[in-house]
Every structure is written in C-alpha cells, then in structure tokens.
Design a protein around this ligand. Structure first.
Ligand SMILES: Nc1nc2c(ncn2[C@@H]2O[C@H](COP(=O)(O)OP(=O)(O)OP(=O)(O)O)[C@@H](O)[C@H]2O)c(=O)[nH]1
Ligand SMILES: [Mg+2]
Length: 317
C-alpha cells in the first residue's frame, strides 16, 4: 500500500478455492499468485492441507486459500470405503479441513471441471455452499479449453442449477483464459481492509514445508496407482552450510516394502530422478544451491493413525 493511501481505498480478504479433487484449484491459485506456491499433479487429492497464496496489488491484497478436494463419501463419513486410494482417517481430515474453511472466508470460488457435466461430488459441494448463503460464491467453470462446443449450454446450465445465486465465469487456468475477469469479480466482492501480509510474501508456508511439498510433487509426477496416496515427506535436516549452499535431508515415507522398491527404482534410478527434479525446484525457492539427500522408509499405516498425521502436519491450519 502507498504511504498516503487511506485504508478506505484498499481492499483485502480471504478467498477460499474449493471443489472436488483434480479440477484445477491449485493451478488457478498459482496463476494468480504468479509463483508455484502449491503443488499440482494429474492425480486426484494432490493438495492435502490448507495453503494460503497471497496476491498483493496497489489497491488490494487477496489471500487465496487452497483446500484439499472435497468429496461426498469423506464428508459424510460413510463407513470404511476407500476413495481415491486414501484411507478413511486421512480422507476425513482432509475433507473436514476444506469444509471448515468455508466458514472463515470472505468469498468462495467454487472450481468445477467445466468440460464435463457435474457429478454427485459437485452437487454435494453445491449443497454445502447453498447452506452458507451469507458467503458470496463465484462459480469457476474451469478447463474450458477441453469443453466441446456442443456441451457448452447443457454443461453450463447443469452447473448453474447446483449453486443458487452464484455468479459464474468460464475459465481455463492452464491457458489463463478469463482469469482477469474472474479476478475482477473477486475484487468487486472483497471487503475494504488493510494489507494483512507483507507485500513480498506469496505464501504462509514455511520454507521447509514448501521443500517437503516439492519433493512430494516429484513423487506424484513419477509414480502411479497407489503410490501417490501412500507417500508422505518429512524434512529431517536443514543446514545452511554457507550463504549459498543449504544441505537438506528428507525422508519419503511409504506404507509397504513393495512401494519402497518402486520409489527407489532399479539401481536407485527413480529416486535419483525424483531427487534431481526436486532439488532444482527447491533451489528456485531458496535462491541458491541445495544439496538434497533423500531416504525412503516404510511407516506402516501412517494414514490411519492420528499421531502420524499430526507428526506430518496434516489436519491443522
Ligand atoms: N486442460 C486443462 N487442464 C487443467 C486446467 N487447470 C488445471 N488442469 C490440470 O488438472 C490437473 C489437476 O490440477 P490441480 O491444480 O492439481 O487440481 P486440484 O483441484 O488442485 O486437485 P486436488 O489438489 O487433487 O484437489 C493438472 O494436471 C492440471 O494441469 C485447465 O484449465 N485446463
Ligand atoms: Mg490442489
């Protein structure tokens, strides 16, 4: 904010970005913030915790709140069924944290895969938003680059029917189509207020958490089936050896020996690839050279134990 600018001219607030898994919530936030502050992959349930991404402009500061994908089964606590590979406790923790955010924000952006008709999960989230009529909702029909012309009208109307009173915008986060227009709609609903974070800050995540996420992202990118859901990453060591070199030791936890073999790969080839790409990404964040040492360990049923989830930082804000 300019020194002479009065708070009356300035807007600020929290904008929750919610939706079912894999619709492009994190991609959208990264585009607005202008940096990759939250990891993205083509696997559902990539985001596991609440992450704030901050966009500071002369006239406004928007704090985007990234959330884990919300889906019906977890949020209704329906029995022990597995969904998307997650076991119930981690599912529940993730979905609950996303739903709780709805009550703490100024605006909600409901992101859907606008290239396909809504599913039960979208309808469930629509219901949660309709129950909170006091919060303005913007419907972002994402992935419009994949929308076939013949589907435009029926698909759009089907989503309108889900969220009553919401204004909407067809966007493509990856192609940046209409992101400015959606941002204008957000700004128009943002309350007046001062800057809440320093203008240089782009996320509330500590560097070490960011580093662990960047390692997890590389495991997600390079593995398939059950592995992405079975892994967690912890930073064990972080030593600044000099102003231009940081030594980081991290452990990738898996749930079974067979998964350990997959993550390590033949003669360590997979782990080497994960390590090299994660190191480059972390160097981009810390702004200097990083020496990254990775370990792979089995932590039996970590997703099903409250203590493990707490230790790994899942479930909190
Ligand atoms: N074609 C297309 N793909 C997109 C678009 N936006 C996101 N994606 C892709 O969709 C996939 C999921 O993106 P994410 O941003 O991780 O989705 P998310 O909603 O945060 O997913 P979770 O964290 O798992 O809930 C990635 O492969 C993105 O590249 C878009 O506008 N068009
Ligand atoms: Mg995400």
């Amino acid at each position: 904010m300019e020194q002479n600018e009065t708070p009356q001219n300035h807007r600020s607030g929290f904008v929750a970005v919610v939706g079912k898994p894999n619709v492009g919530k994190s991609t959208l936030i990264n585009e607005y913030v202008g940096e990759k502050i939250t990891i993205v992959s083509d696997k559902p349930q990539t985001t596991r915790r609440i992450i704030r991404g901050i966009l500071t402009r002369p006239d406004a500061q928007i704090i985007f709140v990234d959330t884990p994908g919300i889906y019906h089964a977890g949020s209704r606590g329906r029995g022990p069924q597995k969904r998307g590979g997650h076991t119930p406790l981690l599912n529940r923790v993730m979905v609950e944290s996303a739903v709780n955010v709805l009550d703490e924000v100024d605006i909600v952006v409901f992101v859907v895969d606008g290239s396909r008709p809504p599913t039960e999960e979208d309808k469930h989230i629509g219901g949660l938003l309709n129950d909170r009529a006091q919060v303005p909702v913007l419907l972002a029909l994402n992935k419009s680059d994949l929308l076939k012309p013949i589907d435009v009208q029926p698909v759009t109307e089907a989503y309108w029917a889900i969220v009553k009173h919401a204004d909407w915008m067809r966007v493509s986060a990856t192609r940046r189509d209409n992101l400015d227009k959606l941002l204008d709609q957000i700004l128009a609903r943002l309350p007046e207020g001062p800057e809440l974070f320093s203008p240089e800050q782009v996320t509330d995540q500590p560097l070490q958490v960011m580093a662990a996420e960047l390692i997890r992202e590389q495991v997600l990118v390079h593995t398939r089936q059950e592995i992405p859901h079975s892994i967690a990453v912890a930073i064990d060591e972080w030593v600044d050896r000099s102003p231009t070199l940081t030594h980081i030791g991290a452990t990738i936890y898996v749930e079974r020996d067979s998964q350990k073999g997959i993550v390590i790969g033949a003669r360590g080839a997979m782990l080497k690839k994960i390590g090299q790409q994660a190191r480059t990404a972390i160097e981009g964040w810390v702004g200097h050279q990083v020496y990254l040492e990775l370990w792979v360990k089995v932590w039996d049923k970590w997703r099903e134990r409250e203590a493990s989830l707490r230790e790994l930082g899942y479930g909190g804000q």
